[in-house]
Design a protein around this ligand. Structure first.
Ligand SMILES: [Zn+2]
Length: 400
């Protein structure tokens, strides 16, 4: 807590709403995926409410065009090429010095430790593409967490709340939407660019309205198992709220879709906490420690959300390039390398990659983070005794 903050945040709010529990909100943890127009509004509102722990994920830098609809960005941030997540975190803590906001500059699927998904009370999606929603849904379901999706386009917007066992984004996709997503995620050995696909025009008004509704829903989810809240509020779980700015109409639809055999429903709940393990450990160290911890003689670390690329091979001319990076960093690497960037417009790249790491892995001295496993992640380990999910517990203090 900063010096001079003698008052308790949010007194007014809590006397107005009887079901609001100050302690509960203070102790709450919320993951915000995306720090664009919606993400700005959402984090601002979470900060005003006094939500104690907020994690903001975004890999983008601020651009001058973001300023017209992002309340927390300033012109200077764009000139300084600052990352959205970092600026959002800083400004939110200026608004409310009693909260803690952790920025994560990276991809929400492969660069955010799964331990964070497990730790939060609710996830708020402030995303602008189907593929990102598909991935966020997978992770939230895997962690058993409700996620609140916001979408805005021109003067309209929508809020949808997905809760494990009740509603799932993937189950609600049409075959056509699903095929588009598969096309973009499925080609494992061909390099693709993920840049700015399907961005839509938005206004600061729809971002304010939808972002506010998302946070209101998050507050209810945080109080869901609190008895005093019973009967006092209705959530949007399994529903969609649609706002139409042109006509000032708001409608609520049932939106629950939960099918059998949907691969997104895979739940990781039997997790071994390895309080000594960290993403800063080398592969060699990790394999040794895991063998000890699990009492096995051989094992394989299965990278579920990322791959380690040691080289890429171009078609024309036929040439190999040493890369040594996680797949999640490959696009940026290619666009920063003049030769690769030029080639990428006219030739296909094929990747030489590793997604199962065992005693034969040739780069044993690299750290887990260097091969694409983020801090505080949960890794899937296959052994002769079966499969284990192991949390890199030594990284937890980074996010407390
Ligand atoms: Zn599903």
């Amino acid at each position: 807590m900063k010096q001079g903050s003698r008052y308790e945040w949010g007194e007014g709010v809590y006397t107005l709403l009887s079901w609001f529990k100050k302690e509960r909100v203070k102790n709450a943890r919320v993951l915000v995926a995306g720090a664009g127009a919606l993400g700005n509004e959402v984090v601002k509102n979470l900060a005003l409410f006094g939500v104690g722990h907020i994690y903001v994920v975004d890999f983008d830098e601020i651009e001058i065009t973001n300023l017209t609809r992002s309340v927390l960005f300033r012109e200077q941030d764009a000139f300084n090429h600052e990352f959205k997540a970092e600026v959002v975190a800083r400004r939110a803590m200026e608004i409310n010095p009693q909260i803690h906001v952790v920025p994560i500059v990276g991809n929400l699927f492969s660069e955010v430790g799964f331990g964070i998904y497990r730790m939060v009370d609710v996830v708020i999606g402030c995303l602008d593409s189907r593929i990102a929603r598909y991935l966020l849904n997978r992770l939230s379901m895997r962690a058993g967490k409700t996620w609140i999706d916001g979408s805005i386009e021109n003067l309209t917007g929508a809020v949808r709340v997905y809760t494990p066992g009740l509603s799932c984004y993937e189950c609600g996709l049409s075959r056509e939407e699903f095929n588009i997503i598969m096309l973009r995620t499925g080609c494992a050995d061909v390099v693709r660019s993920q840049a700015s696909a399907g961005r839509v025009a938005t206004t600061p008004i729809s971002a304010s309205i939808i972002g506010a509704m998302q946070v209101q829903e998050a507050m209810k989810i945080i109080h869901l198992d609190d008895e005093s809240g019973n009967g006092q509020f209705k959530t949007l779980q399994g529903k969609m709220l649609r706002y139409e700015g042109l006509t000032n109409t708001t409608s609520i639809y049932r939106f629950a879709s939960w099918k059998k055999n949907c691969p997104a429903h895979e739940r990781w709940d039997q997790i071994v906490n390895a309080s000594e393990l960290s993403a800063t450990h080398t592969v060699k160290q990790t394999i040794k420690e895991l063998k000890q911890l699990l009492g096995v003689s051989a094992l394989e670390i299965n990278m579920r959300n990322n791959k380690f690329i040691d080289k890429i091979i171009s078609d024309k001319p036929e040439k190999e390039f040493q890369v040594m990076l996680p797949e999640s960093k490959l696009d940026r690497h290619i666009s920063n390398d003049p030769e690769l960037k030029k080639l990428s417009y006219r030739t296909l790249f094929h990747k030489s990659f590793f997604e199962n790491i065992d005693d034969d892995f040739p780069y044993m001295d690299l750290t887990l983070e260097q091969i694409g496993i983020p801090p505080f992640d949960v890794i899937q380990v296959s052994t002769e005794k079966g499969q284990f999910y192991v949390e890199l517990g030594a990284d937890a203090p980074l996010y407390m």
